[in-house]
Design a binder for this molecule. Structure first.
Ligand code: CO8
Length: 271
């Protein structure tokens, strides 16, 4: 278990989430969704709080990686159905309902989802906005929107197919079936599965590893990998090569290679 330090007095004081800095070097931003009675249903206020904390974590020069988690029972059981129940087309269309959720996908620092329990609907979509998904052994993933007469609206139809391919994505979206952590791992949605009680600790260890590298290089890696979703292979390879070339303008590339040759640990300065 790492240290827990609040970034500033406001950061630990939210209605729907908890936010802290964790890790031996306080370099991991930690967000825990905290609406236990509603299985962490993602109400508008909760997602606004997540956005605010991501703004803080992005500004914080110490933080090199962010972990987003829920409780043992639920990562998040979806968008808040009670909040959506009486919405109308004109209101959701006119107000671009829940558009700010994408803040998670737009975060420049890596975000790891640590998923225990239910990750359904918007909960599954929120996990997929993150860069890596780790799951506890009892996690369940699904896109049950069809059973509510709606469709995934925060990337489920787009990100799931990229993660697991067409047949599996269609199956989940058209049947509302759930898959368990092991199936999610074998289909590529999840990269590691841990025992429930070790998930958060193990995820923070991985986040600390990422945070130990140059934040500049980490951001370049993330941008280049994400470009693969937007570009043709030829464009993507060109973009990657240019970013690779750009690393030669950094102190950290020089330090990393010098440290290797001199057989000593690298001391990155994020410059
Ligand atoms: N919204 C609001 N409240 C919820 C939600 C939810 N998504 N899920 C659970 N809750 C509440 C229940 O209403 C219940 O509250 P109460 O005690 O006041 O009745 C409490 O949480 C506990 O839930 P259950 O009693 O149902 O617990 P069970 O263990 O029996 O079942 C399940 C757990 C299977 C997770 C069940 O709660 C369930 O099926 N939940 C709904 C799952 C779902 O359909 N999710 C998709 C929602 S739609 C969506 O996410 C669209 C995303 C679009 C985003 C667009 C962004 C731009």
């Amino acid at each position: 278990m790492g240290f827990i330090v609040h970034l500033n007095p406001n950061l630990g004081d939210h209605e729907h989430i908890k936010a802290e800095k964790r890790g031996q070097k306080n370099n991991v931003g930690f967000i825990q969704l905290n609406r236990p009675k509603a299985l962490n249903a993602l109400c508008d206020g909760l997602m606004k709080e997540v956005s605010q904390v991501l703004d803080e974590f992005e500004k914080d020069k110490e933080i090199g990686c962010i972990v987003l988690t829920g409780s043992d029972r639920a990562f998040a059981a979806g968008a808040d159905i009670k909040e959506m129940q009486n919405q109308t087309f004109s209101k959701v269309y006119g107000g671009n309902f829940l558009n700010h959720w994408n803040r998670v996908a737009e975060c420049k620092k890596p975000v790891i989802a640590a998923v225990n329990g239910f990750a359904l609907g918007g909960g599954c979509e929120l996990a997929m906005m993150c860069d890596i998904i780790y799951a506890g052994e009892k996690a369940q993933f699904g896109q049950p929107e069809i059973s509510l007469g709606t469709i995934p609206g925060a990337g489920g139809t787009q990100r799931l197919i990229r993660a697991v391919g067409k047949s599996k994505a269609m199956e989940l979206i058209l049947t509302a079936d759930r898959i368990n952590a092991q199936d999610a791992q074998s289909s590529g949605l999840v990269s590691k599965v841990f025992p429930v009680d070790q998930l958060v600790t193990e995820t923070i260890k991985q986040a600390e590893k990422i945070a130990s590298f140059s934040k500049l290089t980490v951001a370049m890696c993330k941008e280049a990998v994400n470009a693969a979703n937007e570009m043709s292979l030829r464009e993507g390879l060109h973009f990657e090569k240019r970013v690779f070339h750009a690393t030669f303008a950094t102190d950290d590339r020089k330090e990393g290679m010098s440290a290797f040759v001199e057989k000593r640990p690298a001391k990155f300065t994020d410059s």
